[in-house]
Write a protein that binds this ligand. Structure first.
Ligand SMILES: CC(C)(COP(=O)(O)OP(=O)(O)OC[C@H]1O[C@@H](n2cnc3c(N)ncnc32)[C@H](O)[C@@H]1OP(=O)(O)O)[C@@H](O)C(=O)NCCC(=O)NCCS
Length: 182
């Protein structure tokens, strides 16, 4: 069964249909000095997935996004940008935005605990906002757990405000929808 699934997934990836519909955007790799450290920002690609799963495990103790979710996002036909941040050749940050109806929806953001509070999250959000503006978005949005007060504070600092409560959006936990008008 797994073998057939892999085969179908490989066929889809190589198919004309997928090639025709995949959104193509090239983010030029950037090296930035942040908190006295040089970091490299790359457009995420399937080769990063193994490290992304390890980063998720480090931060959450589990993998909210499995390999298939990353692949699905990286090959979406909707405009999207997914970024990986490396420090000392180690993956320390990941985030991404998917555009739908002039809204840049931040689907994921995560920074390795030992690199949090050094500006990496802010930097990634700035890059996602730049991309969203290029895609003529009028807003950016995201969901955050009601209990994740640190992340909410981070988003508020970036001028996001709460627009909606989504009951039980996560298993037995509400989400706040937060939005920023561009
Ligand atoms: C939420 C998260 C992505 C923020 O990323 P981050 O890299 O820690 O964020 P930043 O460092 O850019 O900003 C956080 C704080 O650092 C401060 N900061 C920004 N640049 C800084 C710098 N150069 N030096 C020191 N501090 C800095 C910010 O002012 C902010 O301060 P605050 O504590 O007063 O809010 C990160 O904490 C994380 O991965 N959390 C776990 C996963 C998670 O909850 N994700 C969100 C799911 S919705």
């Amino acid at each position: 069964m797994k073998h057939i699934k892999n085969l179908l997934s490989r066929m889809w990836k190589n198919s004309d249909l997928q090639q025709r519909h995949a959104f193509r955007f090239t983010y030029p790799q950037r090296t930035i000095q942040i908190a006295n450290q040089e970091i490299d920002v790359y457009q995420a690609n399937p080769n990063h997935i193994k490290n992304l799963l390890a980063l998720e495990r480090e931060v959450y103790g589990e993998t909210p996004w499995e390999k298939s979710a990353f692949l699905h996002e990286f090959t979406s036909s909707l405009p999207h940008l997914y970024l990986c941040v490396f420090a000392n050749e180690q993956l320390v940050g990941f985030s991404g935005v998917r555009v739908f109806r002039q809204d840049g929806h931040v689907t994921n953001i995560i920074v390795s605990p030992s690199y949090q509070n050094s500006g990496i999250g802010t930097l990634m959000m700035q890059e996602l906002e730049r991309f969203s503006r290029q895609q003529t978005c009028v807003s950016m949005s995201l969901e955050v757990r009601k209990s994740n007060l640190d992340a909410q504070r981070f988003y508020r600092k970036l001028q996001f405000t709460t627009t909606l409560v989504k009951p039980n959006y996560y298993e037995r936990e509400d989400a706040l929808e937060m939005r920023k008008w561009l």
